[in-house]
Design a protein around this ligand. Sequence first.
Ligand code: SF4
Length: 379
Amino acid sequence: MVEITRNPTRAVRIGSITIGAGHPIAAQSMTATHTTDIEATVAQAEDLRQAGAGVVRIAVDSKKDAAALPAIRAGTTANLAIDLQENYRLAADVAPHVDKLRYNPGHLYHHEPTKPWQEKVKFIADIAAAHDCALRVGVNCGSVDPAKKEKFDEHDSIGPMLASALEHCELLDSLGFTRYAVSLKDSDPTKVIEVNRRFAEQRPEIPLHLGVTEAGMPPDGIIKTRIAFEQLISRGIGDTVRVSLTVPNARKPEEIAAAEAILADIAAGRVRSVVDYGLSSLNIISCPSCSRVENEAFIDLAREVKEMTQYAKDYAITIAVMGCRVNGPGETDDADLGLWCGPTHVNLKRRSVELGAFPYDAILPKLKAELDRLIEAKA
Ligand code: SF4
């Protein structure tokens, strides 16, 4: 297991679980049924809970949706969150039946446009406090507060998201409401990485809910999300996660399975992108392997690399072992030493420099020679 130093976030209780403050990273998902179809929504919430969802989110867009909540609550023991869209006042109808409310700062201007957004947030926070609910400030690249967008260059999508989240955190704190998490989502994993890193630098104490929006169908949707999570969680950022997948309703629990697999892989150093865990010791990462692996010997090689390099454990060096030519050549660029495995040969690299391809049974001494050279250079 890799020792990851998590950000010192506040504890935020959501029903029976707590996120932040070193608690396990909770996987969550969202129902895709019509909320008014109580039977189907309860069944899906239960499916997700049984698959391990720490929180199950339900969309509430109308009074009719809100009216379904008491029966949904009665039918499931899942921790429930609701997603408020444009009508923030529905918070009052649903809060008694759920554990968390999510609002989107970019949607607050739709209703009662002349009322200051601060008053609307105070309304939501007061309702949450009165009904023992946590909050999530959910900022989304596709629906950023237009008043914020105006203040930034039109090509800067990160600045307005960040400013919007920070301003809402300041307001909630000033209201004395600190039981909240923040999410900053985009469909581009590189933007998710950047905006969450920048937020965590400024507010390391606020728990983050990570996710890539419109990630798509598996396996691509999982891969996109995995890359964002690898880069963030490895650096201690993230307290709860959602993997959004385009799958039929009955397969929604796959979101939880995917999230848990990614979390377990990151904790074990099985990553697809080169991850800097911020260690001052040797960092050996190997891809989690998939159908693209070209030679099963890759699995043994990954283990042998770990064993052989033990002697260098006190050096801050990253070695990446990747299983195929599709991702291997690009993904090893950021590692001090990289190996990517072809059908008969293993390619050795020092950062982006190619050092040659060697048969599987000849690669370890070559790697050792390069590692010794790096250690010598550090001495
Ligand atoms: S590096 Fe290749 S084999 Fe390994 S997980 Fe990525 S695509 Fe699959």
